[in-house]
Design a protein around this ligand. Sequence first.
Ligand SMILES: C[S@@+](CC[C@H](N)C(=O)[O-])C[C@H]1O[C@@H](n2cnc3c(N)ncnc32)[C@H](O)[C@@H]1O
Length: 220
Amino acid sequence: MANHLSPELDRYLVAHHASRSPILREMEQWAKENDFPIFGPECGRTVATLSVAIEARRVFEMGSGVGYSTVWFAAAVGPTGEVVHTDGDAANTEAARGYLDRAGFLDRCRFLNGDALELLAQEQEPFDCILIDVNKTQYPLALRIATEKLRYGGLIFTHNAIWSGRVADTSDLEPSTVAIRQYNRDAVDHPELMTFLDPIHDGLAISLKVGEAHAAVKQL
Ligand SMILES: C[S@@+](CC[C@H](N)C(=O)[O-])C[C@H]1O[C@@H](n2cnc3c(N)ncnc32)[C@H](O)[C@@H]1O
């Protein structure tokens, strides 16, 4: 997926980030065989590391699919944490339940069906981490809702931030590309977010919500 890298470097990074968990490997194989998009072990390792670093306990996923990303977050939040899995397709939710059960994390997951943006807007308590991986044209609106529902010091992770490199091709005006480009601009310019665009996999935008106390970092 990381087609902006040389094939050799891509293979090297993929080999070093490979999952060790049998259930994750099984899901990766299933996703490959069924051409189902997952954010892969590179993003998984990144979100899990940073979630542990900020001691995340409450995670909301916008677009969870069959639960591959959910497994990474569920491991990171620990036994007292909660990960909200959302998907518009009930078949994906059922598949995710099965995988999370077999991974031993069912009790720390909440499964919601419907539009992830609407579902997040209905949540009352703030989240430590939010994943954005829905339809790409929804990204700019998803960012606004996610920022509002995120605690200060929390992280937003957004998959497909480079969209196979198409974000940099200004002649590409396909709606998904335009929306991701808009997302990246909004996330970088947002007055409360410190954002960087990590080119791993298909790109992972990582935004830290910063308050007044860290206003100086936004001037850098
Ligand atoms: C790229 S896949 C998710 C992959 C998952 N995050 C992972 O890395 O394992 C995107 C999923 O989001 C779902 N989806 C897309 N837009 C959505 C929306 N607005 N609300 C809920 N689910 C949505 C799709 O049905 C699909 O299963």
